[in-house]
Design a protein around this ligand. Structure first.
Ligand SMILES: [Cu+2]
Length: 152
């Protein structure tokens, strides 16, 4: 009985902190690279408690981290840097291959399956207040998700 009680308190604590978090992140991953590959993408699900925007990201694996969008333009898949990704209150937003993603550029080492890439997201709320969200993204195989575009 005492053990059961302890477990339920831990569960309540975990749930409580998740419910109060401004932005929750799930299913984060980074695409593995081949040797000499200089760029890769990070993908995840984001959900904000209040209307917010993802405005920047950083990682210790490279100083060059950008928020990108991939979209069809003149029948060609292109990606471009965007100033922010809108995170409407309570609505899940996917950063995924073929859409919004976090771009890791100027990589100096290979990202291998099984590695973990730390990421820090910068999220700004409607009042302009910024907070950071720490994410640990496991590296997944090259063929996960849609084919990479411009990944050289
Ligand atoms: Cu990109």
């Amino acid at each position: 009985m005492k053990k059961l009680l302890t477990i339920s308190i831990v569960a309540a604590t975990l749930f409580g902190s998740a419910a109060h978090a401004q932005v929750t992140v799930s299913d984060a991953w980074v695409r593995a690279t081949v040797p000499q590959q200089k760029a890769s993408g990070a993908f995840m699900q984001l959900q904000a408690a209040q209307d917010s925007r993802l405005v920047a990201a950083s990682s210790p694996v490279t100083p060059a981290v950008e928020v990108h969008e991939m979209a069809m333009q003149d029948n060609v898949m292109r990606m471009r840097q965007v100033p922010a990704v809108a995170l409407p209150a309570g609505k899940p937003v996917a950063l995924k291959p073929g859409g919004y993603h976090i771009m890791l550029l100027n990589l100096t080492r290979q990202l291998k399956e099984g590695d973990t890439v730390p990421l820090t997201l910068v999220v700004e709320d409607a009042a302009g207040k910024r907070q950071t969200v720490a994410v640990s993204a496991p590296v997944r195989a090259l063929n996960a998700g849609a084919p990479a575009a411009g990944g050289r």
